[in-house]
Design a binder for this molecule. Structure first.
Ligand code: PMP
Length: 300
């Protein structure tokens, strides 16, 4: 497998990061994970423009200049998928301060951009774009990093220590996934995905005040509305988890992952009826079957 680094392809083993780099030692690397879907005309990147915009926003939050425009990054992403010969999988993009740095503020502003693409099925036996098995989730004792403490809309490597601790703690308590509350006790999101709960027949997801602007979250809201299904963004008090009729997570790769139990309370049937209909609407958009969303796919 080859990685694309600053315009050149190198074997993945050579795509390394200096141990004293700011990206590694301070965790300031920014990244994106993009779906490569089997589109009607071959492999396609799903909503790459939105991912690249979010990457540029994350970089800006870290004071990084990538020195590449969005169209240049999209071109590089397409080239990386083509070179990998992957028909469906995942593209990872990283940008990081690479120079050795002992201080807190990088003295050398040079940023490296790296991408690589792999077939999830081959590597991890994961279903790509399929229906993921339901999982259980519990409310984590770890709170989501607060907007006052970090840039919550930025995907920064170091922020994921929060997610790591939350999932590890949830697993120790017997749950598969961790649901995270914010400092005010409102539901925020899951560790690596956005959360939707169905309350009185409406699928509700917390607002962007305390959750990442997930590409899948946005796609689900748009595809759901277009299909006439009840979806909304609104604050979700923690107490609503106890009366949720259905619940699911959204994210790149998993798309929709139904939750069959919330904090030990079973949700049946699982997936629930609204979850299934949203899953169908979302899959139609991903696979290019819904012409209204065909523009979400960028052929490689
Ligand atoms: N929330 C968090 C904290 C995440 O890391 C992710 C994964 N990027 C998501 C939500 C889901 O976002 P997306 O649908 O863009 O993958």
């Amino acid at each position: 497998m080859k990685a694309w680094i600053d315009g050149e392809f190198v074997p993945l083993e050579q795509a390394t990061v200096p141990i004293l780099s700011h990206g590694f030692s301070r965790g300031s690397a920014v990244f994106e994970v993009v779906d490569v879907v089997a589109g009607p005309d071959g492999p396609a990147l799903f909503r790459i423009d939105r991912h690249v915009d979010r990457l540029l926003g994350s970089a800006e939050a870290m004071g990084m200049s990538l020195g590449r425009s969005a169209p240049e990054l999209i071109d590089a992403a397409r080239g990386t998928v083509r070179a990998a010969g992957v028909s469906a999988g995942v593209l990872k993009i990283f940008a990081f301060y690479a120079a050795p740095e002992l201080g807190l503020i990088p003295a050398d502003p040079t940023v490296r951009v790296a991408m690589f693409c792999f077939d999830l099925r081959e590597r991890y036996g994961v279903t790509v774009g399929g229906t993921f098995e339901p999982v259980t989730a519990g409310v984590s004792r770890r709170r989501r990093l607060s907007p006052g403490a970090f840039a919550i809309q930025a995907k920064v490597a170091g922020h994921y220590v929060n997610a790591f601790l939350a999932v590890r703690e949830a697993r120790q308590r017997g749950f598969d996934e961790a649901i995270m509350l914010d400092e005010a006790g409102m539901v925020a999101e899951a560790a690596l995905s956005n959360l939707f709960v169905v309350i009185e027949g409406v699928a509700r997801t917390p607002t962007l005040a305390n959750s990442l602007s997930g590409v899948t979250r946005d796609s689900l809201l748009q595809a759901g509305r277009a299909a006439g299904l009840p979806v909304e963004e609104a604050p979700v008090p923690a107490a609503d988890l106890a009366r949720a009729e259905e619940a699911f997570l959204t994210g790149t790769v998993i798309r929709i992952r139904p939750l069959c139990a919330l904090d030990g309370r079973e949700l049946t049937p699982c997936p629930g009826p609204l979850t299934r209909r949203l899953q169908q609407a979302l899959n139609d958009a991903y696979d290019g079957r819904n012409p209204a969303f065909r523009h979400w796919l960028t052929d490689v």
